[in-house]
Design a protein around this ligand. Structure first.
Ligand code: CA
Length: 238
């Protein structure tokens, strides 16, 4: 039960929770991969003669690939994509993504991971991604933070974000209640997914979207970068 001094719009609320774990999204939270994803989606749709831009890619970040492709087909062509079109676009997108070079890590997210780990809290990755080049290198880039059974990916879920399914699955795997967890997200659909799972959600706007997109999605708190989140988090997590 929250005490009256617990303000859900302040980071200090974390000291009022029976905190057991942090759930991290991957793209835009751990890896600075969204510029490459957005460029690859734009390239793939344009190869199919479909007008598409990077803001549209950012707005759909976290959706499954099939979800993104079908929504864009419905929006721009008034119909679902065929299975063949789906596979073709996804292949163009994934192949192109791989040509864009190595993805950097989001600055200072490792400081947050270390803080969470030092506090004895559990760490999960909850992503809609199936990009193997990123999933396979999670442990190379962030050694010592993640265990395979605590990573939920596109291969584990049916619906994907914005459905709460991926976050509910992580709660179940960790035998955790929603009020024992904090989610770190960067995208509107990811925030919606986490909020729908009943979890306190911190948005860090690492991309090109307006802050309002994240606030309107229900984020409890919003930060401009991981450094400013880290500076506040370390005052409440020890
Ligand atoms: Ca993301």
């Amino acid at each position: 039960m929250m005490n009256c001094h617990c303000n859900k719009n302040k980071i200090s609320i974390l000291s009022c929770l029976d905190l057991k774990a942090f759930f991290f999204d991957m793209d835009g939270v751990l890896f600075d991969s969204m510029p490459h994803h957005a460029e690859a989606w734009t390239y793939a749709f344009r190869q199919m003669g479909i007008d598409f831009d990077e803001y549209e890619a950012y707005m759909r970040e976290g959706m499954t690939s099939a979800g993104t492709i079908n929504e864009i087909y419905r929006l721009k062509l008034g119909r679902k994509a065929t299975e063949e079109e789906c596979e073709r676009i996804y292949k163009i997108k994934s192949d192109y993504f791989e040509t864009l070079g190595e993805t950097k890590m989001i600055p200072h997210v490792t400081d947050i991971l270390q803080l969470v780990k030092n506090a004895g809290l559990d760490i999960f990755v909850v992503t809609g991604s199936g990009q193997l080049s990123l999933l396979d290198t999670l442990n190379d880039h962030f050694p010592g933070f993640f265990q395979r059974e605590k990573i939920i990916t596109a291969f584990d879920v049916k619906k994907g974000k914005p459905d709460p399914e991926p976050y509910l699955m992580a709660l179940q795997k960790g035998n955790l209640k929603p009020d024992q967890v904090v989610v770190i997200e960067n995208a509107p659909l990811g925030v919606q997914s986490a909020v729908a799972a009943g979890i306190f959600t911190i948005a860090v706007n690492t991309g090109i979207l307006k802050d309002e997109e994240l606030i309107n999605s229900g984020a409890n708190l919003i930060y401009k970068d991981m450094k400013s989140l880290y500076e506040e988090l370390k005052t409440v997590i020890k």
